[in-house]
Design a protein around this ligand. Structure first.
Ligand code: AHR
Length: 323
């Protein structure tokens, strides 16, 4: 009899433990506290700094214990960080993939360990979408299209060729691939738009300046710069001024992000148009994390709401800009 009761109690305890595990690891506190492993891309831009701050502050506010790592823009560092989070049995892993491909193996390891993964900011190109629960972030193709549409509208009465140089983001990253594609699709409608040079500036100010210097030396007539983020655009402005030209006038500049320094340059007339990409993903990330850890359904894709700014709109928006 005693043996039967003991067996029943043990079975009940095991069932309760498995139910408690839900979809994730085994570290949830009895008080509902969850542990998140967050593998950040790096600190390459003003956008990234604002994104890191948003994630850290939101975790604190939501009572989520955050384990944070900075991959310094290297995929192998992000993979190492994810493997360490798996070993530590965190409840949920969130990461912003530095590049799109090469994630299947490590994501499969997380799935086998029953730890849910959330993609934040950037996508992966894995065919198996069961490797992650949701993807929270911007529509980068749409951002590229908005940049292209502004250009098409501005130059609608111009007949001459319009020479464009492009500063791409990190090679192989979702925002570089998609912004290029979206921009290209829209300007393809008119053959007068010609991308005469296109190279990566790795989303950094220093690389943006270096590559723009080279573009200016190699190309006597540049009408437009499309930079995939504000930081590269700001570096390029230094190169343009160094070459004795006036940014925003001699060369029209379109960028993406709308971080404070970019918005200031837009208000000052050095940039002509900025498409917004919001880094404030922290609060939504914490909500989604709590839901997936509880085993609740979440949408497969959560798209961030964004706008775009002209020079006049930047002047109005700057005083209340949070980042
Ligand atoms: O993934 C978002 C992009 O990454 C931002 O546009 C850029 O500034 C950042 O480095």
């Amino acid at each position: 009899m005693v043996k039967r009761i003991t067996t029943l109690l043990l079975s009940a305890a095991l069932a309760a433990a498995l139910a408690g595990c839900g979809s994730g690891g085994a570290t949830s506190g009895g008080d509902g506290t969850i542990t998140m492993g967050f593998a950040q891309v790096g600190a390459e831009s003003g956008w990234r700094t604002a994104n890191t701050k948003s994630v850290q502050e939101s975790a604190k506010a939501a009572g989520v214990e955050l384990k944070f790592s900075d991959a310094q823009q290297k995929q192998e560092n992000q993979i190492k960080a994810i493997r360490s989070y798996i070993q530590q049995k965190v409840d949920v892993i969130a990461f912003s993939p530095v590049v799109e491909s090469g994630w299947d193996t490590v994501l499969k390891e997380a799935k086998d360990a029953r730890i849910p993964v959330i993609l934040t900011d950037r996508a992966v190109d894995s065919k198996d979408t069961s490797l992650y629960r949701t993807f929270l972030g911007s529509d980068f193709i749409e951002e590229g299209k908005k940049a292209g549409q502004w250009l098409v509208d501005q130059y609608k009465d111009v007949k001459d060729p319009v020479n464009i140089v492009e500063l791409q983001g990190t090679t192989g990253s979702a925002p570089a691939n998609d912004r290029k594609a979206g921009f290209g699709q829209v300007i393809a409608a008119d053959p007068k738009f010609k991308i005469i040079a296109s190279q990566t500036g790795d989303f950094t100010r220093a690389k943006g300046k270096e590559v723009m210097d080279a573009f200016l030396k190699a190309n006597p007539k540049i009408d437009v710069l499309f930079a995939h983020n504000d930081d590269m655009g700001l570096g390029a402005i230094e190169a343009i001024e160094g070459a004795g030209k006036v940014p925003g006038e001699d060369i029209k500049i379109i960028t993406i992000d709308a971080v404070h320094d970019g918005m200031q340059a837009l208000a000052d007339g050095k940039i002509n148009y900025i498409v917004e990409c919001s880094p404030l993903l922290g609060p939504q990330l914490m909500d989604l994390s709590k839901k997936v850890v509880k085993g609740e359904q979440v949408p497969a894709r959560v798209v961030t709401e964004e706008t775009a700014f002209t020079q006049e709109q930047a002047k109005q928006a700057l005083p209340s800009r949070k980042y």
